[in-house]
Structure formats: structure tokens, C-alpha cells
Design a protein around this ligand. Structure first.
Ligand code: 2P0
Length: 329
């Protein structure tokens, strides 16, 4: 805990444990989907990633959080009161402990407008929102780059949720985490659409945190992942046309899932529907449609394509009767 408190103090200065200046604060923060994935952590308690990553923000899709001062800690997630033993309760309160002034208790009321814990990155928007809410409750003025560094302590992918469009999260090299932050990037490929297909909205059986740890500890592909991922990131940032970017995005997701599937014991987030949609995407490409997929630690498939093809792609998704939403960036 001390190491994390030192880190928080280094970012916020002496304000870090000051009492809240407001009774309540309400915020909304979007989620994000990685185009080049974060998978793997460096040792230590600062949640430092093994690799840098690049994401697209899901503008309008994420988490609304109301944080208020209360006589005791409590948490409501999507209208349901969580018990103190609930892992989501523990993670949230453990995060707020870093900012808690003496005697301060919090009521967290949080709602996602995307499926919770089904690989649509609700922990990204959840911790970005909790970070933003505690900063607002305290009345602090904290630059977004510093907010991304704090949010990372709750969930790595949350570091990327503070800006619209494409965001680059630098892994940094320092053990004290002070060079590990996200920032927005301008990219030469514009007018992208990302459709998130909700193929399975049930809670996943393995958390991404556990899958990350287990796959990098046991997969024979683990040693090659950081170098190949870095090459993907470099190429993605330099890609000058949609097809080059799309192919890198798909290759990177396939590589991450190869690391996961080659873990010992083997793991997979795929369902029959997931596999069917990957086949669909690859078939549509052979038919001339510029569309690529990505997949996170869940069964959902996300389709990436130029916005000029939005009507065609959405017609195909509608025809399949699958729940989805599309963001343009
Ligand atoms: C990503 N994922 O870049 C990757 C790709 C899932 C697959 O970031 O342990 O919930 O809280 O830092 O952020 C999901 O992992 O992990 C994730 P923690 P997180 O979006």
C-alpha cells in the first residue's frame, strides 16, 4: 500500500489526502477498445504494463458514476447493492482508499450502458469514472495525463479512457511508474467505425487480469509477445491507409488470443458465435469489403471498417439479428 500511496502523492502533491470539498460528484466516462492490445504486467503494485497499447474510445458508451460522502461505505452497481465481499466492491474501495481523508466514507452509485464484465471493457470506463469522480468530489484540478496515471492503478485499460479518438498508452520504463501514462494521438487514417457485437453478455468465467497473468506465465509464446506486439504498435502508428491499419489490428488480436490459447492449461474466450463472426469477417474481405476484427478478453467481436461502409456492415449485422452498437471516430 505504501508504495502506491507514494506514487499517488508524487502525482497529486500534498493534496492527496485532503478532505472532499463537495458532498457529491457525478461523471460519465467512456470505455475504449484496444487496436493494439495491452496484455501482461511488469512486477510490482503500480499496475505497470509489459507493453504500450493503442485504443479507440467508445464515445458515449461507458460508465456513469455518482460518488457521495456518506456515513459508511456502500456501492450500487447497475442498481444492485454489492456486498462487502464482492470483488467489484473490494476493487473500488481499495482504489478509493488511496484518496480517503481520515473518517471519510463513500457511496458509489455506478451504471454501465454496456454489458458488464463481458469483454466490452467496462473496467476501463468504470475506473476512469471512479478516478474522475473522486477528483471532482475532492475539488482538485488534475491534468488528464495525471488522471490517466491514477486510473491505471484501478485497471490498466482505464488509463486510455480520458480522451476521444485514438489514444496511446506509454508503458514507460521506470519502476516508479512516472513515465507510464496515456495521451491522445493524431493518426493519418480517419473516418473509422467500430461496431461492437454483443455475442454473449454473460459474466466471463476468467477475468482478464487472471488470464493475462496465467497466459504470460505459462504460454510457450509468452517470450515473443512483447517484441511482436511492439512491432504491431509501431506499424499501426505509421499505417498510412485503412487496410494496412486494419490488418495489423486483426493480426494483433489473433496473436494475443494465440498466447491465451497456448497457456497451460489452455484457455479460450471463443464461443461458436465468436468463431463464426471471425469467419464472416474474413469471408467479407475476400468479397471486397474492407473490414477487420478485433477481440478482447471475452467472446465479443468488434468490427473495424471505414465509415463509408457503415450502412453495408450494419445491414449484415442486422440481418444476423445480433445486438450491437457502433461508434465513429
Ligand atoms: C486491452 N484488455 O488492451 C486488453 C486487451 C483485454 C484484452 O486491458 O488487470 O481490465 O485491470 O489492468 O485493463 C483488460 O484488462 O486489466 C484489457 P487490469 P484490464 O484493452
Amino acid at each position: 500500500m505504501m508504495e502506491r500511496m507514494d506514487y499517488v502523492r508524487a502525482i497529486l502533491g500534498d493534496a492527496y489526502a485532503a478532505a472532499a470539498q463537495h458532498e457529491e460528484a457525478e461523471v460519465f466516462m467512456p470505455s475504449n477498445i484496444a487496436l493494439v492490445k495491452y496484455w501482461g504486467k511488469r512486477p510490482g503494485v503500480l499496475n505497470l504494463p509489459l507493453v504500450s497499447s493503442l485504443s479507440l474510445t467508445l464515445k458515449g458508451y461507458g460508465t456513469k458514476t455518482r460518488l457521495s460522502l456518506s456515513h459508511e461505505d456502500s456501492m450500487l452497481l447497475n442498481g444492485k447493492t454489492l456486498s462487502q465481499g464482492d470483488p467489484a466492491y473490494k476493487k473500488a474501495m481499495d482504489f478509493l482508499d488511496m484518496f480517503r481523508a481520515r473518517g471519510e466514507c463513500y457511496r458509489i452509485e455506478t451504471e454501465n450502458n454496456i454489458p458488464t464484465a463481458a469483454g466490452v471493457a467496462s473496467s476501463a470506463s468504470g475506473f476512469a469514472a471512479l478516478t474522475s469522480a473522486i477528483i471532482k468530489l475532492k475539488g482538485w484540478d488534475v491534468p488528464l495525463k495525471a488522471q490517466s496515471m491514477l486510473a491505471r492503478l484501478g485497471s490498466g485499460s482505464a488509463a486510455r479512457s480520458f480522451w476521444d479518438g485514438m489514444v496511446l498508452w506509454h508503458k514507460g520504463t521506470r519502476d516508479d511508474g512516472m513515465d507510464c501514462y496515456a495521451e491522445p494521438v493524431t493518426h493519418s487514417v480517419h473516418d473509422l467505425c467500430l461496431s461492437v457485437l454483443v455475442l454473449d453478455a454473460s459474466e466471463k468465467s476468467v477475468s482478464s487480469r487472471d488470464a493475462m497473468q496465467a497466459s504470460l506465465a505459462t504460454s510457450p509464446m509468452a517470450p515473443e509477445w512483447p517484441q511482436r506486439q511492439a512491432a504491431h504498435l509501431d506499424a499501426a502508428l505509421k499505417a498510412a491507409d485503412f487496410a494496412t491499419l486494419g490488418q495489423i489490428v486483426e493480426d494483433n488480436a489473433v496473436l494475443m488470443h494465440a498466447v491465451i490459447q497456448s497457456a497451460v492449461p489452455a484457455m479460450s474466450f471463443d464461443t461458436a458465435e465468436t468463431k463464426k463472426w471471425k469467419d464472416n469477417v474474413q469471408r467479407w474481405r475476400t468479397e471486397g469489403m474492407p473490414v477487420y476484427f478485433t477481440q478482447d478478453a471475452g467472446a465479443q467481436i468488434k468490427l473495424l471498417y471505414p465509415s463509408a461502409h457503415r450502412a453495408d456492415i450494419e445491414e449484415k449485422i442486422n440481418a444476423a439479428g445480433v445486438e450491437y452498437f457502433t461508434v465513429a471516430a
